[in-house]
Design a protein around this ligand. Structure first.
Ligand SMILES: Cc1cc2nc3c(=O)[nH]c(=O)nc-3n(C[C@H](O)[C@H](O)[C@H](O)COP(=O)(O)OP(=O)(O)OC[C@H]3O[C@@H](n4cnc5c(N)ncnc54)[C@H](O)[C@@H]3O)c2cc1C
Ligand code: FES
Length: 273
């Protein structure tokens, strides 16, 4: 059975949690995620694998405590056993072999799914520029890990307490001028931030990959909870994604679907797929 090895607070309400998961660690690839069913009565919580130590069979998760499921995981002590960990789920990141100069754009804990991709491309000798946006200096996470694997890093904070004052998309133009042209942008963060970032990189004709995080229930393509419209077709983020071509994602529909679930009492398995 998987268990918690360590649980460290790295920012307000954000924890770095290491778990044992030897089977998953063997087969996981960047871009893939897990669904944690923490205890008998818990919700199933999709979480990205941020770091993976194949030899030790350990996985690092970055978890933001925003509701009952994530709060339960974040309050677990080292040694606590986890009822069930399903994964690796979803498709690995498509790492086009012709990538030479790549832009990464993260919002908040969106840096967690991007870090393994940064790591992989850095290992292949690809030039990496990372733009990290966050609310404030104390909510910036994984800065050292990103600095060690990126050629250039630019940070923005909403309140101006660190880096450039403003939204992360305000850094794109400067990054393109200083470090471009970029072959592709990888983007992860809140849905609105991803939509805005896709539009921004389109101005510089940079194709993009976005890591979507719709509501997921089973994670196996059966419930339809995670459906998204991509290129006019219905896709299930849990099995067809969670990464998609940014230009093709219908962000308006995704935002509407996410707002439907804001009140947990309206959340139910959707049989009308
Ligand atoms: C593929 C994938 C990977 C993810 N990786 C991570 C990760 O590495 N770290 C992390 O902290 N979180 C991650 N998430 C989001 C995480 O799964 C949700 O925050 C969690 O399920 C919320 O459950 P809860 O019981 O704590 O809160 P709930 O009570 O279920 O939700 C609290 C509030 O957050 C909203 N919400 C819930 N889930 C989502 C979502 N997926 N997107 C936007 N809003 C949501 C709800 O509408 C509600 O308003 C990921 C989601 C997906 C789909
Ligand atoms: S979570 Fe993707 S279909 Fe159910």
């Amino acid at each position: 059975m998987e268990k918690i090895i360590s649980n460290q607070v790295i920012a307000p309400d954000i924890h770095r949690i290491v778990i044992t998961a030897p089977q998953i660690a063997k087969t996981w690839n960047p871009g893939q995620f897990l669904i944690i069913h923490f205890s008998e009565n818990s919700e199933r919580i999709p979480l990205t694998v941020c770091l993976c130590d194949r030899q030790k069979g350990e996985i690092t998760l970055i978890v933001q405590a925003i509701g009952p499921g994530t709060k339960e995981i974040c309050s677990a002590r080292p040694g606590t056993e986890i009822r069930d960990v399903a994964g690796p789920l979803g498709k690995p990141t498509e790492l086009h072999s012709d990538l030479k100069n790549v832009l990464f754009i993260s919002g908040g804990i969106g840096i967690a799914p991007l870090l393994p991709v940064i790591d992989e491309l850095h290992g292949r000798g690809v030039k990496i520029t990372t733009l990290m946006g966050t609310r404030s200096r104390n909510t910036l996470i994984l800065e050292n890990e990103v600095l060690s694997k990126s050629d250039n890093v630019m940070v923005s904070t909403d309140d101006g307490t660190y880096g450039t004052h403003g939204l992360v998309i305000s850094l794109v133009k400067e990054a393109v001028e200083k470090y471009g042209p970029f072959d592709r942008a990888f983007i992860a963060g809140p849905t609105r931030m991803m939509a805005a970032s896709v539009s921004e990189v389109q101005k510089f004709t940079i194709p993009s990959t976005v890591s979507l995080n719709p509501i997921m229930i089973d994670g196996t393509g059966m419930c339809g909870g995670c459906r998204v419209t991509v290129g006019g077709k219905t896709k299930f983020a849990c099995v067809d994604g969670p990464e998609f071509e940014g230009d093709l994602v219908d962000f308006d529909k995704l935002t509407k679907r996410l707002s439907t679930y804001k009140d947990p009492h309206t959340c139910r398995i959707d049989s009308n797929r």
